[in-house]
Design a protein around this ligand. Structure first.
Ligand code: HAM
Length: 473
């Protein structure tokens, strides 16, 4: 069209516009969304299909050990009233002061994404009148927790914990059994952990000890960091797990809590240690172990890796202790209790470092190749029959030609391929192809499930999938 071309030629040349980089919509942490794609929030992650093998191994091991020790599963809400955590974990703790995701919900209530689940378990124990049930009430859970901590190796803002809580019995055997359970989980997973243990006694003996500890650190106040000065004033027990080098050095000559335990606390602790010796769980006394939550009394413990797994060597894979005062703090009747929680990401990371990589699920042994819609219809029914028989069947519905489907079957490494074309549909038959020898056999479609099962069982080492569902988080 010459007219148009001429008209265009008269127009001034359009200004060259430089293509701008899509602007990032950044928040204060430098995260954002660029263009149309969204990035993950810092400290949050996707657990991809290829990682699920390790996750399932950990989840299944925990579930099976929980059940064999007669712990019942409980699922607790992710969102709770924020004061549930403030009151129990403690106002002066890092979790409550800096790390809680607290916000006002549409009903104008202050709520929090749970940073841990012990407080929720205690709330559930009270609100469902579990004190009336035979004691101890033993519950376990597995699910995500949220802490707005500084993300680093093995530290996330959403992370998964599996926890064990035992309510209603004050005997030291309970503490010991929980430690044994934790230890057993690691052992079953092939991880060599050490148990660090301490006692922080009752609130009374702790009060006397703290007076002494504060007096000691006051003499050295000018050497302390601003953070530790604040700790000393707000929550002096936290001085014991300070990361500051000066404080760690001062701690060497500081009074130790074990020397301040009253007779009952001492006896309780000695018994826990004796029980552990009895079952040959080796432990290491750590007089500085106090844990980052305020609800503990008597025994506190942590599991750390024995082996050096680079970025994880400093972090605990799990921890817990006795919390005899917690139920009462929440308005329940005085109830002794003890528990622990394991960090699933850290355990999965340790397995990864050791090269443990179980498949997410066993690969399919059979492939279904179809030619045309009539074959697909028959296929839909067959899939269900095979599922019920415990045989997983793969397919490539995106491909129509037989050649492409057989290539896909080869790549998947299946033993047998079932081929169903229009002729077979009309005849009520189906072809079974042995992928190794290439031999083909035409069989009655009604008998194919039984025949395939027989062929698979015939081959040594082929285990049909059990239909046990895996634990879900
Ligand atoms: P906790 O020591 O705060 O205890 O957490 C238990 C475990 O969760 C830690 O040892 C660690 O493996 C994992 N964990 C904690 N924070 C993170 C994070 N930011 N990223 C990844 N993993 C993390 C409790 O939560 C208590 N409720 C345990 C308990 C149960 N005490 C009595 N009963």
């Amino acid at each position: 069209m010459p007219f148009k071309r001429k008209a265009l030629a008269k127009e001034p040349a359009p200004k060259k516009v430089l293509k701008e980089e899509p602007k990032k919509d950044l928040d204060e942490e430098g995260e954002g969304k660029s263009g149309k794609t969204f990035e993950l929030l810092r400290g949050f992650r996707d657990i991809l299909p290829e990682d699920q093998g390790r996750w399932n191994l950990v989840r299944d091991t925990i579930r099976s050990i929980a059940e064999s020790y007669s712990f019942d599963r409980i699922d607790l809400p992710i969102l709770e009233r924020s004061d549930l955590f403030q009151r129990t974990i403690g106002k002066g703790t890092d979790i409550v002061e800096k790390e809680m995701y607290v916000f006002t919900d549409p009903s104008n209530r202050s709520v929090a994404l749970r940073p841990e689940a012990t407080a929720s378990a205690a709330r559930a124990y009270i609100s469902h009148g579990m004190i009336e049930r035979p004691q101890p009430v033993k519950m376990w859970y597995l699910g995500p927790m949220f802490r707005h901590d500084r993300p680093q190796a093995g530290r996330y803002r959403q992370f998964y914990q599996a926890g064990f809580e035992s309510f209603g019995v004050a005997e030291p055997i309970v503490d010991a059994q929980l430690i044994v359970i934790g230890h057993q989980i690691f052992k079953s997973l092939g991880l060599d952990v050490k148990v660090e243990i301490n006692s922080i006694g009752t609130s009374e003996c702790r009060a006397a000890y703290l007076t002494e500890l504060v007096a000691y650190f006051r003499q050295h106040r000018n050497k302390l960091s601003e953070d530790d000065k604040r700790r000393l004033q707000k929550n002096p027990l936290r001085m014991l797990d300070s990361k500051e080098e000066v404080t760690r050095e001062l701690l060497q000559s500081a009074p130790q809590i074990l020397d301040w335990l009253d007779e009952t606390s001492k006896e309780h602790f000695m018994k826990v240690l004796e029980f552990l010796e009895e079952v040959e769980v080796s432990y290491q006394l750590n007089p500085y172990l106090v844990r980052g939550l305020d609800y503990y009394s008597h025994t506190v413990f942590e599991f750390t890796l024995q082996e050096d797994v680079g970025d994880l060597s400093q972090s605990a894979l799990g921890g817990g202790g006795r919390y005899d005062g917690l139920v009462e703090i929440l308005g329940g009747r005085p109830t002794p209790a003890c528990g622990f929680a394991l960090g699933i990401e850290r355990i999965v990371r340790a397995l990864e470092a050791k090269g443990v990589n179980p498949p997410e699920r066993p690969p399919a042994l059979v492939f279904f190749a179809q030619l045309g819609d009539a074959a697909r219809r028959v296929g839909l029914k067959l899939f269900e029959e095979f599922r019920q028989a415990g045989v997983s069947v793969a397919e490539a519905f995106g491909k129509n030609a037989l050649k492409g489907q057989l290539e896909a079957a080869n790549r998947m490494g299946v033993r047998l391929t079932l081929i169903l074309g229009q002729k077979e549909v009309l005849d009520g038959t189906i072809i079974i192809r042995d992928m190794e020898s290439g031999a083909q056999e035409i069989v009655d479609v009604k008998k194919v499930v039984g025949l395939v099962k027989k062929k698979l069982l015939h081959e040594e080492g082929v285990a049909l999938q059990s239909q046990t569902p895996v634990v879900e988080a």
